[in-house]
Design a protein around this ligand. Structure first.
Ligand SMILES: [Zn+2]
Ligand SMILES: [Zn+2]
Ligand SMILES: [Zn+2]
Length: 434
């Protein structure tokens, strides 16, 4: 296969991991390994009007599609470029009105089908891996997952009948399986969800819980930068999951979504697990059974909260769930325990949503230190937490704390995003403006 970037990378067979990506030369921390334009992508419905549907640029005064009045663009060029994909939804959104609600996976898959129809050769996004080569892991799907895929296929037929030529059901099952384990979500600098995309070359990288690269996004282009020194012959590893959690939780997640168990250094030594599951210091330590029960409780409440968010609970109720669970867990867990941090993070999110800036700041202040300890040295989770804190401080007129926090965010982002990334430039402007 053709080499990506400047030829410093190659596809290879990784022992026990199938195909993977390998360095052919040295890469320094912060260096760009390669970038990959989206094969196709879709802006999430909630961000309509904030970002251009085509290039994902975030700006004021976007102009809207005259037909559906729901898609927004920088200018006529962006609108024209997006039309072959937007037309899959434009008239259908008008016809279905409030009832138009395909999942983002369905929307993305519709675009893949349209793209594959019009674009036959290898694309710029597929220098090392073709979409057609994606793993689908069909043999490993349980009945629940198969049912979800059939629901997606029904929705695809229901909402997109007009402009798509459908392959047969078996081929669609394969395609949804492929999208489920190879799709990416695009987030902004505060890790808010912007949309979903397919980046074939990026999907070639295998997972590690101590990754040597980070993937960031510039518009609809994925960029991959080194966060550890990489030597010639080293395999390139990214992380597929949130690295906050202890080894068992990470591997449950990897098994459920990607059908493998990780054997990275972190997973073998479980070095950080003890700190991540830190128990509150009391006169006498709680019995092991209480700790086990509380971990079980924590995992349940995290799942429960995830569902509650989907069903649009009233915000105060969500905040109450957070506070109650924090109270309960706090009898056994230390504040730095990751399950405590998880609920504090959720509570902070609810506060931000309700524009309770002081409340959000209080949670953020508690989160940031343990976050920096649990996550790897360069982490987007840590950077975005510093950024949120910095912006909160600035908004609440605490300039010195604000400057300090924003500088912490920049220090990480200059490595992960690159010094010239629009997000970094924007934050530097915020520093000057105040
Ligand atoms: Zn645009
Ligand atoms: Zn439209
Ligand atoms: Zn691992």
């Amino acid at each position: 296969p053709v080499a990506a970037g400047d030829g410093g990378l190659e596809r290879f067979q990784s022992q026990g991991k199938g195909r993977g990506l390998r360095a052919r030369r040295r890469f320094a921390v912060g260096e760009l390994l390669f970038s990959c334009p989206a094969f196709t992508c879709v802006l999430t419905v909630n961000e309509r009007g904030n970002h251009c549907e085509c290039c994902f640029a975030r700006k004021e005064g976007l102009s809207r599609c005259g037909r559906c009045k729901q898609a927004f663009y920088c200018n006529v060029e962006c609108q024209k470029q997006d039309w072959p994909l937007h037309k899959l939804e434009c008239s259908a959104m008008c016809v279905f009105g409030q009832n138009w609600n395909p999942s983002e996976t369905v929307r993305l898959t519709a675009r893949i089908l349209a793209k594959q129809k019009t674009h036959l050769g290898r694309t710029e996004s597929e220098k090392l891996l073709l979409v057609k080569e994606f793993e689908s892991h069909l043999d490993k799907l349980d009945n629940e997952k198969k049912e979800l895929i059939q629901n997606d296929i029904s929705a695809l037929h229901h909402f997109y009948s007009k402009h798509i030529e459908y392959p047969d059901n078996a081929a669609l099952v394969v395609l949804f399986g492929q999208v489920n384990c190879n799709g990416f979500t695009i987030e902004d600098e505060e890790l808010s969800h912007l949309g979903s995309a397919i980046f074939p070359d990026v999907a070639l990288m295998n997972h590690s819980c101590c990754p040597n690269v980070i993937v960031t996004y510039k518009g609809t282009v994925a960029e991959v930068r080194a966060v550890q020194e990489i030597q010639p012959g080293d395999e390139i590893f990214t992380s597929y999951i949130d690295l906050l959690y202890p080894t068992e939780d990470r591997n449950d997640r990897l098994k459920d979504s990607y059908f493998f168990t990780c054997d990275c250094r972190e997973c073998i030594t479980k070095e950080k697990d003890k700190d991540k599951l830190e128990i509150r210091k009391l006169n006498e330590p709680p019995p092991a059974e209480d700790v086990r029960d509380m971990i079980k409780y924590a995992r349940n409440v995290i799942e429960e909260f995830r569902r509650a968010k989907h069903y649009k609970y009233i915000l105060c109720e969500l905040l109450e769930v957070c506070e109650l669970s924090l109270d309960k867990m706090g009898s056994v867990f230390a504040d730095s325990n990751v399950y405590m941090l998880h609920m504090m993070y959720q509570a902070m999110g609810v506060c931000l949503y309700m524009q309770d800036w002081e409340g959000a700041l209080r949670y953020g202040q508690k989160i940031i230190k343990p976050y920096s300890k649990h996550y790897p040295l360069y982490s987007l989770n840590v950077a975005s937490m510093w950024l949120k804190l910095g912006r909160l401080y600035m908004g609440l007129e605490n300039r010195s704390a604000g400057v300090k926090a924003l500088k912490k965010a920049i220090a990480i982002m200059e490595i992960a995003h690159g010094k010239d990334h629009p997000y970094v430039i924007e934050i530097k402007k915020e520093l000057e403006a105040h």
